[in-house]
Design a protein around this ligand. Structure first.
Ligand code: ZN
Length: 158
């Protein structure tokens, strides 16, 4: 683990299932995550809102932890996606493409919840807790909005 400068944090590690992980996060909110040699583009939108008002160093540390959380919790959204795409009989909502779109939205929402859950499970509360009323509102908005999005799109896609 090294910190190149005040605006960038780089970490190399291994996932619990043995895949090498290379994460670089920066204050510009452009994150580079390479898992097993495969680059995974990822928007920093969730981290931008979830780390509102935190000092830069903590923001980068928690953002890096969130990105690692995506890798560590990967089996959860994959199992969820497998469940949604599993062929089944009976009445289904919408057309095939709409259901596929809903499944992808649900997959992404569940993955965001899992990654941020990883942050909460592994970092001390005094690090990830929002500190201002605006930050608390944004963080609650993330959890509420993402849970709602995951639930609605899962029901639609299932
Ligand atoms: Zn994320």
């Amino acid at each position: 683990m090294t910190e190149a400068d005040s605006a960038t944090l780089h970490r190399t590690t291994r996932s619990w299932y043995g895949v090498p992980v290379d994460i670089t996060v920066s204050s510009s909110n452009i994150h580079r995550v390479i898992v097993g040699g495969v680059p995974l583009p990822h928007l920093g939108v969730v981290n931008f809102f979830s780390r509102w008002g935190l000092p830069l160093e903590e923001r980068l540390e928690l953002t890096c932890r969130h990105e690692l959380g995506h890798v560590q919790t990967l089996p959860v959204p994959l199992l969820h996606l497998l469940f949604l795409l599993w062929p089944r009989q009976g009445r289904r909502r919408g057309g095939r493409w709409l259901r596929l779109l809903a499944a992808l939205v649900a997959h992404q929402a569940v993955w965001e919840l899992a990654a941020e859950g990883y942050v909460i499970a592994t970092a001390p509360p005094e690090h990830w807790s929002p500190r201002t009323p605006a930050a608390r509102l944004l963080y609650a908005g993330f959890w509420g909005g993402m849970t709602l999005l995951a639930a609605i799109s899962t029901v639609f896609a299932a």
